[in-house]
Write a protein that binds this ligand. Structure first.
Ligand SMILES: C[S@@+](CC[C@H](N)C(=O)[O-])C[C@H]1O[C@@H](n2cnc3c(N)ncnc32)[C@H](O)[C@@H]1O
Length: 250
């Protein structure tokens, strides 16, 4: 609890006001990632290996943008910082511990950008969401990595609709997922998409207690690789149940 409070306070101090409401969920993610480190390790290594493989054959490595860089657990940041001239990390929140780690490594070519990647406000206002349009203005862009952020865009938007008492606007959720996928597909550079697509909560006998499609009915693009990620291993949600997510990489 004390480390969470320090992390929260230190992050609050360096986060613009409009992004402060998201710090709590980032700190929660950080705590869970620490508790579940052993169970999450294969998923994180799969993600890092997939990105490393994707860049292995690239001839031009000027700028890479990582969407949903978060805790930098599933992103091979050392490799990116070595290989690319500029690394741009985009998220709602950059935790103080992540900033300190980046600073300690003296990665002079790594930039942190605060940005809402959902397109929520436009979609709610009845406009076509184009959440990745800003990437068109990034010079010398050679690679964009969407790092396990897509499902969270849907989750965050659903929570916001509920909070703002607007659950009837549920149709914007698939529109946001589609906007991210279309935005990536339209980029003139190489892209990597890592995302969980759905999950199942099961008991120890294998009975399914809950399941959900995290892409909100939008068909997942064809994957090059797929694996499972025990996001909530036994003990995390309850003693006798676990939540396992399906992940794709392309
Ligand atoms: C599952 S975590 C991904 C972890 C990260 N790639 C890593 O290596 O640790 C999802 C990340 O997406 C970010 N995120 C969620 N919704 C977002 C949004 N609308 N815009 C930008 N980032 C968002 C969260 O803050 C979180 O860092």
């Amino acid at each position: 609890m004390l480390t969470e409070a320090i992390q929260y306070a230190a992050t609050h101090a360096v986060t613009p006001k409009e992004f402060r409401p998201f710090i709590r969920s980032s700190v929660n993610l950080w705590s869970r990632a620490g508790r579940c480190a052993k169970d999450w390790a294969p998923h994180e290594e799969n993600c890092r290996a997939f990105i490393r493989e994707a860049i292995a054959g690239m001839r031009e490595c000027r700028t890479v943008v990582v969407l949903g860089s978060g805790l930098l657990r599933d992103v091979p940041i050392e490799t990116l910082a070595e290989k690319f001239d500029t690394v741009v990390l985009v998220d709602l929140v950059h935790l103080a511990s992540v900033r300190a780690w980046v600073k300690a490594r003296r990665f002079g070519n790594v930039r942190l950008i605060f940005r809402d990647l959902s397109g929520f406000d436009d979609a709610l206002a009845g406009k076509m969401p184009e959440p990745l349009a800003f990437l068109r203005r990034v010079p010398y862009l050679d690679l964009v990595v969407s790092a396990n952020v897509l499902s969270q865009i849907g989750v965050g938007a659903k929570r916001r609709l509920e909070r703002e008492n607007d659950p009837g606007k549920g149709e914007i959720l698939p529109a946001l997922i589609r906007a991210h996928l279309d935005g990536l597909a339209a980029l003139p550079c190489k892209t990597v998409l890592l995302t969980d697509t759905g999950y199942r909560v099961t008991d120890r006998e294998g009975n399914v207690l809950e399941e959900a499609d995290l892409l909100r009915g939008v068909p997942a693009p064809p994957a090059k690789q797929a694996w499972t990620w025990p996001v909530a291993p036994y003990g995390e949600l309850g003693r006798d149940c676990q939540a396992v997510h399906e992940v794709i990489a392309l």
